[in-house]
Design a protein around this ligand. Structure first.
Ligand SMILES: Nc1ncnc2c1ncn2[C@@H]1O[C@H](COP(=O)(O)OP(=O)(O)O)[C@@H](O)[C@H]1O
Ligand SMILES: [Mg+2]
Length: 250
């Protein structure tokens, strides 16, 4: 698949990491040199808050550009978002979200729908959203978030994702590296309005590595042969070890 230009982040269930993933992906993608628009389609405006260090003044559209980064546009304005060349949508958790969003943007085989999963109820949400978009042919990328595979319920969740990907009528794939909970750095990243890997030391945590590997995989069009992925070549710490993979994905 070519590099994606339309990405929706959705699960019917709240609190699974939609906004967290959207913000990280938006920063990651803009840093690869092309302008991206992050459409915060959730009335709560959590993505707007995160990327402005909680300084969002309610302006519908804001522009960010770090050094060496293409511009990142963040908007709550649907009309401003629709029609952008590269669009990433952070959605609210409700039953009719896909219906609402798809009145403005066409969900097609070129769309990537990213569905973070955390907890049993969100597996149900993932099944619903995957069924909902199945006829459009869009790819669904499932990712386990806030997950510690040492816990029984987390293993059940990861197993459920594997089962979903085995169902041929659903066009779902699962990122094979679960993203663990890391409250300390995640909270600090949110407060500072940056992705977790920009904090000193946090890039070397399991969460930082798994999250960056996920963004890299999405940026490259989620090629199956790169799942499970490694960290970008030459980075200190090298590829994610087999040991780590087993810890996170057992
Ligand atoms: N892997 C993670 N580790 C630690 N905290 C996380 C992680 N993923 C999400 N969070 C936190 O959990 C809360 C819910 O995540 P959020 O992205 O807002 O979910 P959603 O948008 O699906 O409702 C937020 O405070 C977020 O910062
Ligand atoms: Mg959210």
């Amino acid at each position: 698949m070519d590099k994606p230009s339309e990405i929706l982040v959705h699960n019917h269930k709240g609190g699974t990491g939609k906004t967290m993933l959207s913000v990280h992906l938006a920063h990651y993608l803009a840093r690869q040199g092309q302008e991206w628009c992050l459409w915060d389609a959730d009335q709560q405006g959590n993505a707007m808050s995160w990327i402005t260090e909680f300084q969002w003044d309610g302006a519908p559209t804001i522009r960010l550009s770090d050094e060496g980064q293409a511009e990142l546009i963040a908007t709550v304005d649907e009309e401003d978002a629709i029609g952008r060349d590269r669009l990433l949508v952070d959605t609210p958790p409700s039953e009719n979200t896909i219906e609402k969003v798809s009145s403005g943007i066409e969900i097609s085989p070129e769309t990537l729908l990213i569905c973070p999963v955390s907890g049993r109820l969100s597996v149900d949400g993932a099944v619903k959203v995957t069924e909902e978009v199945a006829s459009s042919g869009c790819r669904v990328l499932l990712v386990a978030n806030l997950t510690d595979p040492k816990e029984t319920h987390a293993r059940e969740e990861i197993h459920a994702l594997e089962e979903m990907t085995a169902l041929k009528e659903l066009n779902a794939e699962a990122f094979q590296l679960a993203i663990p909970r890391n409250d300390k750095y995640m909270r600090e990243a949110e407060e500072k309005g940056i992705p977790i890997w920009d904090l000193p030391h946090s890039g070397q945590t399991y969460t930082g590595k798994a999250l960056r590997a996920f963004c890299e995989w999405v940026y490259r069009g989620a090629p199956p042969e790169e799942n499970p992925p490694t960290t970008p070549a030459g980075e200190k710490g090298g590829p994610i070890s087999q040991e780590l993979k087993e810890r996170l994905w057992s």
